[in-house]
Design a protein. Structure first.
Length: 115
């Protein structure tokens, strides 16, 4: 004779496949790419990444603050980064993401997001 299963146990067992799938997704680590800011330049100025990856901009100047602005994306802008500080953004959308420095608009870079 089969042992009866409580409604709570039954609901828990139904959730297990979804929880395993979620955990497997967490196991895929996001890649974080580094862009240094020094001598009023982004290094590298052009970066190719995969969708879902992140970019971290790090201010390596001695005295100057910078920010990262995406003019074509509604002017999305990081907070001001002072020497030694960094800012990170994850890119989920494919395409070209041009950016510049807020206080120094002659400083330009691009993130190219591929699948």
């Amino acid at each position: 004779m089969p042992v009866p299963i409580s409604p709570i146990l039954r609901a828990t067992l139904r959730c297990v496949p979804a929880l395993l799938a979620f955990a497997a997704g967490l196991a895929v680590a996001q890649t974080v790419h580094e862009v240094g800011i020094r001598e009023y330049r982004f290094e590298p100025a052009e970066l190719r990444i995969k969708a879902g990856d992140a970019v971290r901009w790090s201010n390596r100047e001695k005295r100057t603050s910078h920010s990262v602005v995406f003019p074509a994306e509604g002017g999305l802008e990081s907070e001001r980064m002072f020497p030694g500080e960094s800012w990170q953004r994850t890119f989920d959308q494919r395409g070209r993401h041009d950016y510049q420095c807020g206080p120094h608009p002659e400083m330009k870079g691009v993130v190219l997001v591929e699948e």
